[in-house]
Design a protein around this ligand. Structure first.
Ligand SMILES: CC(C)(COP(=O)(O)OP(=O)(O)OC[C@H]1O[C@@H](n2cnc3c(N)ncnc32)[C@H](O)[C@@H]1OP(=O)(O)O)[C@@H](O)C(=O)NCCC(=O)NCCS
Length: 362
């Protein structure tokens, strides 16, 4: 996780909002702002995941970069992580289904392992939303944060890992979440990367997210002959505490069985579920053989729910000393630096050429 913490009080210094509103409507108190690139976050996460699995980078034959935060469209981001890791035998794929990108990456890597196309896969969930957030829009700016986490999947004769998945997309609400200003459709319109505004209909997404995640969870449990009682831990996408509570209620799982990170990290889009999974492991909430339920949704509106049977080991085989560079500024300064490159309508005149980040665009 990036170390710089942006509090609700920090947000109130430049937005018409309050700690009380944000906590009561979302459950969020803090989120992180990265002082490094998404590639650096991903590389640290992937290195640590490989060390936990006792693998060398050269053992990896598949890297999936699940994210909608890319440094560039070409070359892809997964290849940048591959180069930084020295994973010389890997294939590298970027996968973008917005907030569900990590979970869809898990499904994709699992399918590739089952069909023999890969044996050792690294699946990353990472997001650097602070760079293209419209910091003048309180409807969205208070909800998101940066982060990254990664897992290693390996071929096995034991039935563990991702044992069930239900995936879909509610395109009727496709227009309810859109980041304008990034993509080919904006070419020739005098808009450069960073000139972003967000279309965001929170209440519409809220209702559809609850229904889709609850229905997908019920369906995946039915498909695999398990009930809510069999589920040991729910590791859900965390866009809003109230959404999680509603999904848990509809799926019949008590909140005591739900892993929560929304209070301290907000919504990190694709990074949310893997970060929550790592924290669940590190706090002993994942036991050998645990049955995990992982519902998610995101722009599109993509949705899914996954069943994971954890393997027999919950302790890492090794550790990596790869770490982020030291933090020399505050989260609020980082955000103000991005804001300084945006005009009051969230449109950037100069891209991200502010001093704080210029070094990253080499
Ligand atoms: C966004 C969300 C938190 C808003 O909560 P809500 O319960 O739907 O909204 P409410 O009806 O309580 O409040 C809306 C009011 O709060 C105001 N408001 C919005 N953001 C605010 C903020 N940061 N601070 C203070 N007030 C805010 C709005 O302007 C609106 O005011 P109005 O009624 O005068 O027009 C909620 O809809 C949500 O979580 N949606 C889904 C999250 C999501 O889509 N995440 C991304 C996809 S993964």
């Amino acid at each position: 996780m990036p170390p710089a913490v942006l509090t609700n009080a920090d947000l109130s210094t430049f937005l018409d909002t309050s700690d009380e509103w944000i906590i009561s409507r979302t459950g969020m108190k803090e989120r992180r702002i990265a002082h490094v690139t998404a590639l650096e976050l991903s590389t640290v996460a992937a290195s640590r995941a490989l060390a936990c699995a006792g693998l060398q980078a050269t053992d990896v034959d598949l890297i999936i970069y699940g994210s909608c935060s890319n440094e560039e469209a070409v070359p892809n981001s997964a290849s940048g992580v591959q180069a930084a890791l020295g994973a010389t035998h890997a294939a590298s794929i970027d996968l973008n289904t917005a907030c569900t990108s990590f979970l869809y990456g898990l499904a994709t890597a699992t399918a590739m392992i089952r069909t023999g196309m890969a044996r050792n896969a690294v699946v990353i969930g990472v997001e650097l939303i602070s760079r293209y957030m419209d910091w003048s829009n309180r409807n969205v700016a208070v909800l998101f944060g940066d982060g990254a986490a990664a897992v290693v999947l390996q071929a096995s004769d034991v039935e563990s890992g991702l044992i069930g998945s239900v995936l879909g997309c509610d395109t009727e609400a496709r227009a309810s979440l859109r980041v304008r200003g990034v993509g080919c459709g904006y070419a020739g319109r005098g808009i450069t990367l960073g000139d972003t505004t967000w279309d965001f209909d929170g209440p519409v997404i809220f209702k559809r997210a609850v229904r889709a995640m609850a229905d997908a969870s019920t369906k995946v449990m039915q498909q695999h002959g398990v009930t809510a009682d069999d589920v040991d831990l729910v590791v859900p996408h965390q866009a809003n505490l109230r959404i999680i509570e509603a999904v848990a209620k509809q799926a019949g799982v008590p909140m005591a069985k739900v892993m929560l990170t929304v209070e301290q990290y907000g919504n990190m889009s694709a990074a949310t579920v893997p970060v929550a999974l790592v924290e669940a492991l590190e706090t002993g909430r994942v036991k050998p053989g645990s049955l995990l339920l992982m519902p998610g949704f995101g722009g599109g509106l993509t949705w899914c729910s996954m069943l994971v049977r954890w393997g027999s080991r919950v302790t890492p085989l090794g550790s990596s000393d790869r770490a982020l560079p030291p933090l020399t500024t505050t989260a609020l300064d980082l955000v103000n630096s991005i804001r300084a490159s945006q005009d009051p309508h969230g449109r950037s005149a100069t891209g991200l050429q502010s001093p704080v980040f210029a070094e990253q665009h080499r």
